[in-house]
Design a protein. Structure first.
Length: 127
């Protein structure tokens, strides 16, 4: 079982929302892949990715706004530190410290709810 689904309540909510769509997802995956094994893998990856996105967004929403801003601009929008600094009207050093602190808080938030962060900050190769 994926770490995102360890909580019984979360697993039940996931099943109630996602499972009715699995047949359609599989048919679409078969159309794309033309191979049963590849289609099954694609459906599984899609469902796991969805959980990860939801957990990541929920954790991000619990961070202070200053950290949210720099994480979104730097890691999601892929802006340089210089571009983020200009967009927010702050020095580059401030961007760097907010980003470091924000990623740290995000890791802590994800760990708190039982999600193992697989690619945040230095794990994803982002400086």
């Amino acid at each position: 079982m994926h770490a995102d689904t360890d909580s019984p309540g979360r697993w039940e909510a996931f099943q109630a929302e996602a499972m009715p769509h699995v047949d359609r997802l599989f048919r679409h995956a078969m159309w794309l892949e033309r191979n049963r094994t590849e289609a099954e893998d694609l459906v599984q990856e899609t469902l796991v990715h969805r959980l990860t996105d939801e957990d990541m967004l929920a954790a991000l929403a619990r961070l202070p706004e200053r950290q949210q801003q720099v994480i979104l601009l730097s890691d999601v929008e892929e802006m340089t530190y210089k571009e983020v600094a200009a967009a927010l009207g702050v020095p580059i050093g401030t961007v760097m410290s907010r980003l470091h602190r924000g990623r740290e808080l995000l890791r802590t938030e994800l760990a708190r709810v039982g999600v193992r962060p697989q690619a945040i900050g230095r794990e994803s190769g982002v400086p």
